[in-house]
Ligand binder design. Structure first.
Ligand SMILES: Cc1cc2nc3c(=O)[nH]c(=O)nc-3n(C[C@H](O)[C@H](O)[C@H](O)COP(=O)(O)OP(=O)(O)OC[C@H]3O[C@@H](n4cnc5c(N)ncnc54)[C@H](O)[C@@H]3O)c2cc1C
Length: 473
C-alpha cells in the first residue's frame, strides 16, 4: 500500500456514502485521486434522431451534483479533479502523468458506458495500468441472487418471487471519516457552467413537482423529509399514481440515476420506517418499485443491446413508422389530446413527469400514432432529469410490447386514462392554461364540444389549442 496512487473515477455514483469503488480504492492505496470527466459526447452530442443527448435540466442537475461532491470531498481533506472531454482520454492522461497504479470505478453495463470503460482499459494496459471494477448501482448484488444474470426470470412477478423474501439486502457502506489529501501536483480543473455546453440558464417553472437540486446532500435531505419530516411515505401506496406536487411519490429518481443516493440507503431507511410504523402496504409498494429498477437493470445485462433495438428483447418487427412530422406534434405537445399535451408540456418545461404520465404519452405515441417507440425513448433520454438507460429503454420496451414480459402488449385508451388519473382536469388545466374555462367534465374530450360551448370556454380550436390529430372514443 505504501506509495500507491490510484484514481477514483466518479461516474454515475456521485456520492460518498455506500460507494464501493471509493471504499475499494481506499483499502489498497494511501493516495486516492478523485476525478470526474464531463463527457463531451453526453453533454454536447446528439441522439440518432437528432435530439440533444442531455437536456439543460439534467446538465444542470449534474453540474450541481459535481459541485456538491467536490465540496464533500474537500470537507474530508481531499478534492475533485475535473475535466471536460472524453473520459477514456482524460483519465488516461492523468494516469500517465502522475503514474498511478490503478483506476477504480463502479462498473457500468450498458453499451455506450461500457464502451468508454473498455477503451480506457486498453489504453491503461499500454502503460502497465488497469481498471479495478466495483459495483454500486443495484439494491441486490448479482452474487447474492439465486440465479446467474443470464437466467434472470423474464417476468417481474417471477423475479420478485425468487428474490423478495429470500435474499437480504446488504447494509450501505458508511461515509469514510477522512480522505487522503491529494499530494501530486495536478491542475484541478473547474466545474463548467451550463453555458459551456451551449445551454441558456434555466427558467424556473413554478408548476414543477419539486425543486430538484443535484447532489448527495440534497438527496439525503429529500430522504429525511420524505420518510420522517413530512412522512409522505405513509400514503405512497395510495398516491403513487398522482400527477401534481412533491407528495404523491418519492422523487428519488434523479438522484438515483446519477448515483447521488444509493438504492440500499433508501431501502434501509424504508425498512426503519416500516419497523416503526408497521405500515406494510407503503413499505411493500416502494420496495417493489425499487425492485423494478433492479429487474430492468438485470434485463439490460441479460439481453444486452436488444433493449435498444426496435424489435426489443422479443426480436419482433413491430409495424411502426419513423414519421418526423407526426412525432413533432407529439414532442411539441400539439396532438390536440389535452392529457397528452399537458404531460409533454410538463416534461418540456421541467424535465420530469409522473410515472402515469410517462405511460400515457408513451403508449399514445406507440399504440395510437403507430410511431417507432425508439424515437420516444430517445426523446425521453434527452429530456428526462432522471434518465437511466435500463429504466428508460426497459419501460419503453414494455410499453411497445417488445420487452421480456409476456403481458405487456396492452392497449391503453388515453381518454379513459385521462379521466381516471385526472378526473377533474386539474392537472391538464395546470399545464394547458388556455383550457382553464373548459368545464371540468369536458376537458378530456374537447372535440365533442359544440361551437357555443367552445365560445363560452374562450377556446378557438385550431387557434388557441390544436384540433385533435386523431379521434379516440
Ligand atoms: C416510458 C417510461 C420511461 C421511464 N424512464 C425512466 C428513466 O429514464 N429513469 C427512471 O429512473 N425511471 C424511469 N421510468 C420509471 C418511473 O416512471 C420513474 O422512475 C418514476 O416516475 C420516478 O419518480 P419517483 O422517484 O417519484 O418514483 P417512485 O414512485 O417514488 O419510485 C421510487 C423509485 O423506484 C424506481 N421506479 C419506480 N417505478 C419504476 C419503473 N417503472 N421502472 C424502473 N424503476 C422504477 C425509481 O428508481 C424511483 O425513483 C420510466 C417509466 C416509463 C413508463
Amino acid at each position: 500500500m505504501i506509495g500507491r496512487k490510484v484514481i477514483m473515477w466518479f461516474r454515475q455514483d456521485l456520492r460518498l456514502h455506500d460507494n464501493e469503488a471509493l471504499r475499494d480504492a481506499l483499502e489498497v492505496s494511501e493516495q486516492v485521486i478523485p476525478v470526474y470527466v464531463f463527457d463531451e459526447r453526453v453533454f454536447k452530442g446528439k441522439t440518432r434522431y437528432g435530439f440533444p443527448k442531455t437536456n439543460k435540466f439534467r446538465a444542470n442537475f449534474i453540474i450541481e451534483s459535481i459541485k456538491d461532491l467536490k465540496k464533500s470531498l474537500q470537507n474530508k481533506g481531499s478534492d475533485l479533479i475535473i475535466r471536460v472531454g472524453k473520459p477514456e482520454d482524460e483519465i488516461y492522461k492523468i494516469a500517465k502523468e502522475i503514474r498511478t497504479n490503478w483506476v477504480f470505478c463502479n462498473r457500468e453495463r450498458t453499451q455506450e458506458e461500457s464502451d468508454v470503460q473498455d477503451v480506457l482499459e486498453k489504453k491503461l494496459w499500454s502503460i502497465g495500468q488497469e481498471i479495478r471494477y466495483s459495483r454500486g448501482k443495484m439494491l441486490y448484488y448479482t452474487a447474492d441472487l439465486p440465479f446467474p444474470v443470464s437466467q434472470t426470470p423474464d417476468t417481474f412477478a417471477q423475479f420478485k418471487k425468487e428474490v423478495e423474501k429470500i435474499i437480504p439486502i446488504r447494509k450501505p457502506l458508511s461515509v469514510p471519516e477522512t480522505l487522503p489529501t491529494i499530494k501530486v501536483k495536478l491542475d484541478k480543473g473547474n466545474v463548467p457552467e451550463l453555458s459551456d455546453f451551449g445551454f441558456e440558464n434555466i427558467k424556473i417553472d413554478n408548476r414543477r413537482v419539486y425543486e430538484f437540486k443535484g447532489g448527495e446532500t440534497a438527496a439525503l435531505e429529500r430522504l429525511t423529509t420524505y420518510f420522517w419530516d413530512k412522512q409522505d411515505i405513509a400514503h405512497y401506496n395510495k398516491t403513487k399514481d398522482g400527477l401534481i406536487g412533491d407528495a404523491y411519490s418519492s422523487k428519488f429518481s434523479p438522484w438515483l440515476s446519477q448515483g447521488c443516493i444509493s438504492p440500499k440507503m433508501i431501502y434501509h431507511e424504508l425498512n426503519r420506517y416500516f419497523k416503526k410504523s408497521k405500515n406494510k402496504k407503503a413499505y411493500q409498494s416502494l420496495f417493489y418499485e425499487l425492485m423494478w429498477r433492479d429487474y430492468l437493470r438485470l434485463m439490460g445485462k441479460k439481453h444486452g443491446n436488444l433493449i435498444f433495438q426496435k424489435g426489443g428483447v422479443k426480436q419482433e418487427s413491430p409495424d411502426l413508422k419513423s414519421d418526423m412530422t407526426i412525432f413533432n406534434l407529439w414532442q411539441k405537445g400539439r396532438t390536440g389530446i389535452p392529457f397528452v399535451d399537458a404531460n409533454i408540456n410538463e416534461l418540456n418545461n421541467t424535465g420530469f413527469i409522473s410515472n402515469k404520465g410517462r405511460i400515457a404519452i408513451a403508449s399514445f405515441l406507440v399504440k395510437e400514432l403507430k410511431i417507432n417507440w425508439q424515437m420516444g425513448a430517445e426523446y425521453f433520454e434527452s429530456m428526462l432529469l432522471d434518465y437511466d438507460p435500463c429504466s428508460n429503454w426497459g419501460n419503453w420496451n414494455y410499453i411497445a410490447g417488445v420487452g421480456a414480459e409476456h403481458k405487456e402488449d396492452r392497449h391503453l385508451n388515453i381518454i379513459s386514462q385521462a379521466k381516471h388519473y385526472d378526473p377533474n382536469g386539474e392537472y391538464t388545466k395546470l399545464w394547458l392554461p388556455q383550457l382553464k374555462n373548459v368545464p371540468n367534465d369536458c376537458i378530456h374530450c374537447i372535440s365533442n364540444l359544440d361551437s357555443d360551448q367552445l365560445l363560452e370556454a374562450n377556446v378557438r380550436l385550431g387557434v388557441d389549442y390544436p384540433k385533435a390529430m386523431i379521434q379516440i372514443h
